[in-house]
Ligand binder design. Structure first.
Ligand SMILES: C[S@@+](CC[C@H](N)C(=O)[O-])C[C@H]1O[C@@H](n2cnc3c(N)ncnc32)[C@H](O)[C@@H]1O
Length: 351
């Protein structure tokens, strides 16, 4: 495999999601962390990469997908197995309490394959609980770089049969995924922290709450305090809209918050309903920010990616190569890495 230029070093926030937060996230029912309509799984070059790995396996082979989430890669394997008559045995593990059988109810595309995957929550990459030398292929997409890659590499080595394969897709510091995460995070922080839009909205709601009759509501226009709060909110919204121009996808955070605010101030609602909507908006925005910080913290920079590869080698695995995985011919999605556990003769020759 070709080896190409590595990403540049970047400062990174260090707030990782805990297992409950991940479990909560997967309850939303997406197959992957990318929100797309109809919950489609990975496609294009990503799917092709995985199918190339599955194609190396014999009938009845055992695949273990680590940090599986709602099972994206495991479900691709199940589909491949069914369509190619391969009878793979597929285990999909995650440290969080995942339950795709319940959560993926509406994802028609995945339903067909769910039953042929064994999902195991509470199973960290570093300590899977699986028998030694029992697997033919270990996979993980956006998963191996979470947790402790050195310990995960040793665990992969332990559970792989001699000659068994390992294939990973990890985050890449220059990928569109990471760029969107940075941008989205920046937009949410601009709206909520810098411009305090939701705090300002709450103040307006409180100030106008006392007006009940139509007459009182009209009189609010002449209430200097309420008018002042409204003006401050509108000025902040204007500033945010000005800033929107510098982002490649302003819908990614600014659009989300401003649309939400429009809903909050739609006519005919009670103050309590408006407050509840602001609360929901604030919680959704916080959850998004935590998830993006988690992604940025997990993304390996140049040195960390080199170390990840070194960890695989130190564990005794042969790393065949890695390359930047480009989707739809233009979008960098991550690093693809492939290797195997050497058979005895190969291991001896390496010593
Ligand atoms: C970005 S998601 C990727 C999920 C899935 N592989 C995919 O491509 O959609 C990262 C997943 O890693 C899991 N995770 C984080 N640290 C882990 C660890 N040390 N061991 C196992 N799973 C872990 C999280 O619970 C989460 O489900």
């Amino acid at each position: 495999m070709e080896q190409m230029t590595k990403p540049t070093r970047k400062p990174k926030p260090r707030r990782l999601l805990n297992d409950d937060e991940w479990a909560q996230f997967w309850r939303h029912g997406g197959i992957t962390t990318f929100e797309r309509r109809g919950n489609p799984n990975y496609d294009g070059e990503i799917r092709e990469f995985w199918e190339r790995q599955f194609a190396t396996l014999l009938e009845g082979a055992r695949i273990v997908d680590l940090a599986t989430g709602n099972g994206a890669v495991a479900l691709l394997a199940a589909e491949y197995s069914a369509t190619q008559g391969k009878q793979f045995r597929i285990d999909a593990l995650d440290r969080a309490a995942i339950r795709p059988d319940k959560d993926l109810k509406d994802a028609e595309a995945a339903q067909e394959w769910l039953a042929s995957v064994r999902f195991l929550g509470g199973a960290p990459n570093e300590r899977t609980g699986l028998e030694s030398e029992s697997c033919d292929l270990v996979t993980s997409q956006y998963g191996f770089e979470y947790g402790n890659p050195a310990a995960s590499a040793r665990e992969a080595m332990r559970i792989l049969k001699p000659g068994g394969r390992i294939a990973l897709i990890t985050h890449h510091a220059n990928s569109v995924v990471v760029r969107e995460a940075r941008e989205g995070l920046e937009q949410h922080l601009l709206c909520l922290r810098q411009e305090q839009l939701l705090t300002k909205a709450r103040r307006v709601i409180d100030a106008v709450e006392s007006a009940e009759s139509e007459f009182e509501k009209r009189m609010l226009r002449y209430d200097a305090r309420a008018e002042n709060l409204r003006r401050k909110l509108n000025a902040a919204v204007d500033r945010v809209q000005q800033q929107a121009k510098r982002f490649s996808d302003p819908g990614n955070g600014i659009g989300f918050v401003l649309n939400g605010l429009q809903g909050v101030f739609s006519p005919g609602l009670q103050a309590e309903q408006r407050r509840a909507m602001v609360r929901q908006l604030s919680e959704a925005s916080d959850a998004y920010c935590r998830r993006m910080e988690d992604l940025l913290a997990a993304t390996p920079d140049t040195g960390e990616f080199d170390r990840l590869v070194d960890h695989l080698r130190s564990a005794g695995l042969v790393v065949e190569g890695w390359f930047p995985l480009v989707y739809r011919g233009e979008a960098l999605m991550g690093w693809a890495v492939a290797g195997h556990r050497p058979r005895e003769e190969e291991a001896e020759a390496m010593e």
